[in-house]
Ligand binder design. Structure first.
Ligand code: TRP
Length: 450
């Protein structure tokens, strides 16, 4: 099936794909989520497990998922269906596509709320309201935002509308252009923050927290969280990278591109961690303060450094851009499916999907205030959706991708698609054995069997 059938367009170059895939990978997961999860789970040991998962499980699955996309050239649901047909396997494999589409809706629903927080912070920090802010001020500003459902709902709506405006314009027009500008900017801002962090007096302690493992702090649940974060941060297990792969021209090396994207993603997460924990320790704060971590710490830094309000404005603007390029990836599988199978225009598919995510997102908005008492298994709405997606659906989706690519797709097919020479055997072993069993092991450990 090498003939080209681009249903939705094609990336203009290898670089365009790498930028888009990095845009999908690098987002709130790196800047907001990784630091607070590392903080909640004791630091170093969590970070090591996370890195191991990226290398041994994440990269092979990223290659597998991209490969399936390019070979199928449709939305994840239809890709799975036609590749199963090609391999004479059960059509039930297409339910893996449905699992992914569902996970994308659920993730984007809360992702948009958090992205809304960063939009609010563009004004709060950029407007100079945090100049010379103490840790206590920074904390109370954040708590105030968390306590107001109306303000969060407004920003959540604004983020969703902005995302759907870009998605409705299609892949070359919208997605590529949006990605190309923000990546270098974000990197520069993180360097500025890292340099600031070195001057805080908490640098040594921050580095020790992040990189010196204390395995006694590692529970089965933390191991699962670390693995879930590897999937989340790389953007795997729900069809994002599969659908991006479906827009990839032939003969672009999938393995090399995946390595570049995974390396960039990991670097950005570690740079964010290296910026935040020194600030935490220099201000006698707690690393385990949860989802508010970057919002309660970074404004202190911006409040103290010269030109900080401007830096802060630029930083949160870039976080917003990073979030929007990931949000696009989260909804693209659903949009591709709706326009293939339901005959909707791209724009209609985008707006209907956006509406569903928006409504679900209100559950997250209220989970931080009026609805915080509503819990399931001890988790509020946000925590429940996060757990179900990152810790369950993405790893399960990842296993399905690995098993399908490693065991169901014919060897000739994957070998021809990947064109990776001698490294093919290594990938195949990782996809067939290491990734599925690795994920399975972590699941067993989390429920206390291992
Ligand atoms: N990787 C993005 C982040 O770290 C979010 C994201 C994009 C994602 N596509 C995904 C998460 C697919 C899980 C699955 O912010």
């Amino acid at each position: 099936m090498t003939e080209q059938r681009f249903l939705h367009g094609q990336w203009s170059s290898r670089m365009a794909f790498i930028l888009a895939a990095s845009g999908s990978a690098i987002g709130l997961g790196n800047i907001w989520k990784f630091p607070y999860l590392a903080g909640d789970n004791g630091g170093g040991a969590f970070v090591i497990v996370y890195l191991l998962c990226v290398v041994a499980i994440g990269i092979p699955i990223m290659i597998a998922e991209t490969m399936l996309g390019r070979r199928g050239r449709q939305s994840p649901i239809n890709t799975m269906l036609s590749l199963a047909e090609e391999a004479k396997a059960s059509p039930h494999w297409h339910y893996a596509g449905w699992l992914g589409v569902t996970a994308g809706f659920l993730i984007l629903s809360y992702y948009s709320v958090i992205a809304g927080w960063s939009m609010a912070y563009i004004l709060k920090v950029g407007g100079g309201f945090m100049e010379h802010a103490s840790a206590a001020t920074a904390q109370s500003v954040f708590l105030e935002l968390k306590a107001s459902p109306d303000i969060q709902a407004i920003w959540h709506t604004a983020f969703m509308v902005a995302t759907m405006l870009i998605v409705s314009r299609g892949i070359n027009e919208g997605l590529e252009r949006a990605t190309r500008v923000m990546m270098p900017g974000l990197l520069i801002m993180l360097v500025v923050l890292d340099i600031y962090a070195m001057t805080t007096g908490g640098f040594g302690q921050g580095m020790a927290f992040l990189f010196e493992p204390d395995f006694s702090k590692l529970s089965g649940a933390s191991v699962l969280t670390a693995m879930g974060q590897a999937f989340f941060s790389l953007g795997l297990g729900m069809g994002s990278i599969m659908v991006y792969g479906s827009y990839l021209p032939d003969h672009v090396s999938i393995a090399k591109s995946s390595l570049v994207v995974a390396a960039a993603d990991t670097l950005v997460a570690l740079m964010a961690g290296a910026a935040i924990f020194p600030i935490v320790f220099a201000n006698q704060l707690e690393p385990g303060m949860g989802p508010g971590l970057i919002f309660e710490t970074l404004p202190i830094a911006f409040g103290k450094m010269p030109g900080g309000s401007l830096f802060g404005l630029v930083f949160f603007l870039l976080v917003f851009f990073a979030a929007i390029t990931s949000a696009i990836a989260l909804i693209e599988p659903a949009v591709a499916y709706l326009s293939e199978n339901r005959g909707l225009s791209r724009a209609a598919a985008a707006w209907w999907s956006g509406l569903v995510c928006w409504a679900l997102g209100l559950g997250t908005v209220f989970s931080f205030n009026a609805g915080s008492g509503a819990t399931w298994f001890g988790k509020n709405f946000f925590e429940l959706v996060d757990f179900l997606t990152a810790d369950i659906m993405l790893p399960v989706g990842g296993i399905l991708v690995a098993v399908f690519a490693g065991w169901i797709v014919k060897r000739e097919a994957s070998e021809a698609e990947l064109e990776m020479g001698g490294a093919y055997g290594l990938w195949r072993a990782l996809a067939r054995y290491v990734a599925p069993f690795g994920v399975g092991l972590v699941f067993l450990r989390a429920i206390g069997i291992l």
